[in-house]
Design a protein around this ligand. Structure first.
Ligand code: ZN
Length: 500
């Protein structure tokens, strides 16, 4: 068989893997959005079957033989096909390193840990979760050994979410953040934050939905290739580049929580809708890392959605939508209200000024767990001390401390840093956009997002995973990942906003 026929056959096989995963993603979407509670056990089995089939197909000896044969003739393929082939080989290589036995043990351990975590959190009893955390740390260390690493076992796990990044690189970035961002937060904590009476009203959820859909359309989110539903935790998922779905959640006591949820997920969704048509059904129609994905949501949510020009445009609209409720409110009032800074114990409620500090604390703890320098039983104490150190707060119990997040019960060590990297990447991209489009803020203040979307399409989205996040950010912004742009952005925005 010639190089092209071999390659095409392999692509069809990988497309089957992706189709199985898309079917699983649709079941997962349904689980969060529509499924009645009693459907959970059967749904769990259905998902396990689909994921097992996808994994088996990717790791079959026959698949390996096809990859090896195609690689032998790789120089006869066009450049872009060579790249796609190498990406398929990378995915296969990582998948086969984890033995079936370990996958099964991890699946069981995660399922048990999740239920124990729910109970531990609701009763604020860490000892219920402890044996599960110990097992998941052990299994994750075993996973790291199977995957291989040079310096730290944590690097092997981080690679699952942020390819190419290492704990050592993150330590440098996070140290700078801890110093400068910590100092800014301490400064702002002393300033009275706005809590105007107009915020405390009832906001009709149907009208809120209309508002979120209006903003999403303006952003360029294609409702013919997506939809917005509600779920307990907002998320984005896709089954193809022509079916990218988002969720948000409405709170009638809060005018902004659904809106910023929608803008955040809309940023993720624009990325997914922006991959090249020709990459559809291949592994290239994907972001290079979770940090890069998060850069898109944070850019839209914080840099754009929490800017004054944005509210110059949307204040009249929101006033019209909620007649009589915002008569005395100016764009400046909303700008201040949506940028209030308050250190809090809970990560998901944190503002953009304090957010990274929550991540650094988690990163330090999970690196220590995986490297073996922290015993799982000492996590609550380590957590509380770091919370005091970084945010000046001390949790009164573990439910609002080390038990608040779901990630460790899923064995997802290495995930948290991607949130902070999203902030750093978004600030670097934001500066690059401003250099290329000096009229950006003029455009935003008239509700015109076309230029911004076009820029993101041509500089970020269309690459899919052809470049790693570090390569992409270096190419587009002229600098490797750095904390400088984000820290400059924060200091300049908040010191002028609060005149400190
Ligand atoms: Zn996100």
């Amino acid at each position: 068989m010639d190089a092209f026929a071999l390659y095409d056959q392999l692509l069809l096989r990988i497309r089957d893997v992706l189709n199985l995963r898309a079917a699983a993603a649709l079941l997962e979407w349904d689980q969060e959005v529509c499924m009645p509670p009693k459907g959970a056990p059967a749904r769990g089995r259905q998902l396990a079957t689909l994921h097992a089939h996808a994994h088996a197909l990717l790791t079959k000896p026959k698949t390996r033989a096809m990859i090896e044969a195609a690689l032998q003739d790789i120089k006869n393929l066009p450049e872009d096909s060579q790249l796609l082939l190498r990406e398929i080989a990378y995915d296969h290589e990582r998948a086969i390193r984890i033995p079936e036995r370990l996958i099964r043990r991890m699946t069981e351990a995660k399922s048990a840990a999740y239920h124990a975590w729910l109970e531990a959190r609701s009763t604020s009893n860490f000892t219920v979760f402890l044996p599960h955390l110990e097992l998941l740390v052990d299994l994750s260390r075993e996973e790291a050994d199977c995957l291989g690493y040079e310096e730290s076992p944590y690097d092997a796990l981080l690679e699952n979410y942020e390819r190419g990044m290492t704990a050592a690189q993150l330590r440098v970035l996070f140290l700078e953040i801890a110093e400068r961002q910590g100092a800014l937060v301490a400064q702002l904590a002393a300033v009275e934050q706005p809590d105007p009476a107009w915020l405390h009203q009832r906001w009709d959820c149907t009208l809120q939905r209309i508002f979120t859909e209006r903003v999403l359309r303006d952003m360029g989110y294609d409702f013919d290739a997506g939809r917005q539903d509600t779920s307990a935790h907002p998320f984005t998922t896709n089954f193809s580049i022509h079916d990218v779905r988002i969720t948000t959640r409405f709170d009638e006591n809060n005018l902004f929580s659904a809106l910023f949820g929608s803008i955040h997920e809309g940023g993720h969704a624009l990325y997914e809708q922006g991959f090249l048509e020709t990459d559809e059904g291949t592994v290239l129609a994907a972001a290079p890392s979770l940090g890069m994905h998060e850069s898109q949501s944070r850019l839209w949510e914080n840099s754009i959605g929490r800017s004054l020009p944005f509210w110059h445009y949307y204040t009249p609209l929101v006033k019209e939508l909620f007649p009589g409720q915002l008569d005395t409110v100016s764009p400046e009032d909303i700008y201040r209200a949506v940028n209030s800074v308050k250190p809090s114990l809970i990560r998901v409620e944190a503002d953009e000024c304090t957010y990274n500090l929550h991540i650094i604390l988690r990163f330090e703890i999970e690196v220590a767990l995986i490297e073996g320098s922290l015993n799982p039983c000492d996590v609550p104490q380590a957590w509380n001390e770091k919370m005091k150190q970084y945010l000046g707060l001390y949790p009164s119990n573990d439910a609002v401390g080390c038990l608040q997040d779901i990630h460790w019960s899923h064995g997802a060590f290495g995930y948290f840093p991607t949130y902070a990297l999203g902030n750093l990447f978004s600030a670097q991209l934001y500066n690059a956009i401003l250099r290329d489009r000096p009229a950006l803020w003029q455009e935003i203040s008239t509700g015109d997002f076309h230029g911004l979307v076009e820029w993101l399409r041509s500089h970020v989205h269309r690459f899919g995973r052809r470049l790693t996040a570090t390569e992409l950010i270096s190419k587009v912004t002229g600098s490797p990942p750095t904390s400088r742009d984000f820290l400059d952005y924060l200091e300049s925005k908040y010191t002028s906003l609060y005149a400190v």
